[in-house]
Design a protein around this ligand. Structure first.
Ligand code: CP
Ligand code: NVA
Length: 294
């Protein structure tokens, strides 16, 4: 079997991404299937998580496999033991590993030494599993992504980068609207950058936001709160997009910072369907990495 990793959305071409989304839709209709009976997944968390941990654990259970979740307080990535050693040891015990780490370079090193598929469960630079679930949600709510306008408002962070990658790979017109100095590193992706929210959301099919201060950036909180003033997703801003716009957030959300409580609770918000889709999208990914299809 070919050893495949999923460290960035760009690790897969558009054909594979479309296949994963179609397969996720089929799994959502028929969720309990023992296609990964006897297979195991290790989950490593250097940072907190709710959705990622539970969606992988329950998704793997629905596929008949088993999971072990490991907190960094137990493992000590780079303190108790070097990443390259942990990677080779875990490769002897489990069939796949998902790792959430502060530094993307640690995930790259883990994958370089692993002899089983490795999934990036979020790093400082990328959140590809989130991107996959986001594309699935847009597909469900709006149909094929080709030609849709997505406006991401906020920090050009890990979530933004993976969304940009999957959005552009699947033909969306992506606009990133952020304060000066918070633009994502485009890394070959073609998207427009704006610094004017009311202009950027015009004709948007999807408005997306994420926290202004990501895990690991807590010391910058006060500066970021000041810098992002005027970039909150409010009812007034949503009203300037298409009438049937959907509002997305990867969660956890900070209500009344990047998004208002009213928008979160509005009929335009799809954030909980989006959270659910983490599980369906990742089940499809797990099958693919194990060389199994429906
Ligand atoms: N969206 C997301 O990855 O959530 P968690 O940090 O709770 O896993
Ligand atoms: N950008 C956020 C996403 C959390 C799922 C963070 O990295 O904290």
């Amino acid at each position: 079997m070919i050893l495949r990793h999923f460290l960035h959305v760009y690790d897969f071409n558009s054909e594979t991404l479309r296949h994963l989304l179609d397969q996720a839709l089929a799994l959502k209709k028929n969720p309990v299937q023992p296609l990964l009976a006897g297979k195991s997944l290790g989950l490593i968390f250097e940072k907190p998580s709710t959705r990622t941990r539970v969606s992988f654990e329950m998704g793997m259970a629905q596929l008949g496999g088993s999971v072990i979740s490991l907190q960094n307080s137990e493992m000590g990535l780079n303190s108790r033991e070097q990443v390259k050693d942990i990677s080779r040891v875990l490769s002897r015990y489990v069939d796949m590993v998902m790792i959430r780490a502060y530094h993307h370079r640690d995930i790259l090193e883990f994958a370089a030494y692993a002899t089983v598929p490795v999934i990036n469960g979020l790093s400082d630079l990328h959140h590809p599993c989130q991107g996959l679930a986001d594309a699935l949600t847009i597909l469900e709510k709006k149909g094929p992504l080709q030609g849709l306008k997505l406006c991401y408002i906020g920090d050009g962070n890990n979530v933004c980068r993976s969304l940009l990658e999957i959005g552009t790979r699947l033909g969306m017109n992506v606009v990133v609207c952020c304060p000066q100095g918070y633009e994502p590193d485009m890394m070959g992706v073609s998207a427009s950058i704006s610094h004017a929210p009311t202009h950027a959301v015009k004709d948007a099919d999807v408005i997306y936001t994420d926290v202004w201060t990501s895990m690991g950036q807590e010391k910058e909180f006060a500066k970021r709160m000041a810098d992002f003033e005027g970039f909150a997703v409010t009812t007034e801003l949503v009203a300037k997009a298409k009438r049937d716009v959907i509002v997305m957030h990867c969660l956890p959300a900070h209500r009344d910072q990047e998004i208002t409580d009213a928008v979160m609770e509005s009929a335009r918000s799809v954030v909980f369907d989006q959270a659910e889709n983490r599980m369906h999208a990742q089940k499809s990914l797990l099958l693919h990495l194990m060389g199994v299809s429906l």
